[in-house]
Design a protein around this ligand. Structure first.
Ligand code: LLP
Length: 420
């Protein structure tokens, strides 16, 4: 990959890859590998670009915590003014622990438990994004039992094709997420009559890693048509939540221009006086993080060559799960001839692949940076094969903060008990 395609915050200086002013070989020496490295400047810039695109408009950006829920990053985003989109009681606690403002939290997800509803109600969050009739009725009961009122949006499925990987498309009519478009109007009428429920808005989220404007606009048009119909029935909404899903460049994608995205959405919204909420995850943190790994072995099979590295699918599952492409760049640029290598991890699964058929010039012991790993990297990590969760480092210029310590073996077995 030509170096001019490196994400913001990543540069090559004196032949060595850096995140901001920190050399990745120094970081590997200090913290070991594998290791997640984030750029504070890149994440701040991505958030600010989003916020600026919508500046002057009545908008709240609720960062989707699932993309990366590290407390260090949540704190950074909260200080920049972000709200948060959560999907569990655990994510709620993370946001609060990081100093997030409850009045900037929206709660999405198809399976909220009564306990999670109580937790969010007593916290006083901004809105529940309700995803079914059954959830709405349960929320009404839970709120009434606490003598409280739950602010809600219904998450509708506008049934538009987000033109993305089927595993991450969520706005189609047979999706497990949200409420079928045709069912939303009667459910709003039911909600209006339910005790303990206050209708605040409408919500949708059509999928992830979307690089076209048209699916967002098609979804918004359908949402606006529903808002009009509701108004006719005496139900007025204070906000429209258009979810997340804005894609990033992993390889050769052309991501949406955020100013154009903001302008196009705002043009459609001009007859609506309420607030616009957005739930971007990947676009805020995806290109602000990389996974640093070391080549353990080079090996050949009859028709393939492998670089076996010390990171694996338990650290970054996207390539194994979605055949997702992550750019892999040597930390030290070598002049020797490139070879075509599969970059694989040590986990005992044939699917433990980080990159297939990559043209690389590497030797055993070399460091590789797996780029664009800030979103859905660490947050989807596991301990499979009893591998410890890697440390996470936040770089700010020359300064380095450990935002997640390397997991020790004791951490890993803390909750396990030997049977008698
Ligand atoms: N809001 C809701 C309700 C969501 O379900 C999601 C993501 C987001 C916001 C944030 O979407 P983003 O802006 O990050 O695209 N693990 C997959 C992505 C799953 C996305 C799930 N929902 C991946 O690694 O590509």
């Amino acid at each position: 990959m030509p170096d001019h395609f490196l994400p913001y915050g990543v540069t090559r200086e004196d032949g060595i890859l850096h995140v901001e002013q920190c050399s990745l070989s120094d970081l590997a020496q200090q913290f070991g590998t594998p290791c997640y490295v984030y750029s504070k400047a890149a994440i701040s810039a991505a958030y600010t670009e989003f916020a600026n695109a919508f500046a002057g408009q009545n908008t709240l950006i609720c960062y989707a915590v699932k993309a990366n829920g590290n407390l260090g990053l949540l704190g950074l985003l909260s200080r920049l003014g972000a709200g948060f989109d959560i999907v569990s009681g655990g994510e709620l606690r993370r946001v609060l622990a990081a100093g997030g403002d409850p009045q900037k939290i929206v709660f999405s997800g198809v399976g909220k438990s009564a306990a999670e509803m109580r937790q969010a109600l007593s916290t006083g969050i901004l809105c529940f994004n309700v995803e079914s009739a059954a959830e709405l009725r349960r929320l009404s009961q839970v709120a009434c039992s606490m003598g409280l009122t739950a602010p809600i949006s219904l998450r509708v499925n506008p049934d538009v094709d987000a033109q993305t990987h089927p595993y991450i498309a969520t706005g189609l009519k047979d999706s497990k997420f949200g409420i079928a478009y045709g069912d939303a109007f009667p459910l709003y009428q039911e909600a209006a009559a339910l005790p303990g429920i206050a209708i605040h808005g409408i919500d949708c989220h059509i999928g992830s890693q979307i690089t076209e404007l048209s699916p967002f606009l098609a979804a918004l048009e359908k949402v606006l048509a529903l808002i009009e119909r509701l108004k006719g029935a005496g139900i007025t909404l204070q906000h429209v939540d258009m979810g997340g899903g804005v894609g990033i460049r992993y390889r050769d994608e052309t991501p949406l221009n955020l100013a154009e995205y903001a302008q196009a959405m705002q043009a459609l919204l001009k007859g609506f006086s309420g607030r616009l909420l957005l739930e971007p995850g990947r676009r805020i943190v995806g290109n602000g993080g990389l996974l640093l790994t070391r080549v353990e072995y080079l090996k050949s099979a009859p028709e393939r060559e492998f670089a076996v590295v010390d990171a694996a699918m338990n650290d970054l599952i996207r390539p194994a799960l979605y055949q997702a492409w992550h750019e892999i760049v040597p930390v030290l640029a070598r002049v020797a001839q490139n070879r075509i290598l599969d970059v694989v991890g040590p986990v005992c699964e044939s699917g433990d692949i980080l990159g297939t058929a990559r043209s690389l010039s590497v030797e055993e012991g070399d460091l590789l940076a797996i780029l664009s790993a800030g979103a859905y990297g660490s947050s989807m990590g596991s301990n499979y094969n009893a591998r410890p969760r890697p440390p996470e480092i936040l770089v700010d210029g020359r300064a380095v903060t450990i935002i997640r310590r390397a997991e020790s073996f004791d951490d890993q077995i803390r909750n396990e008990i030997s049977a008698p």
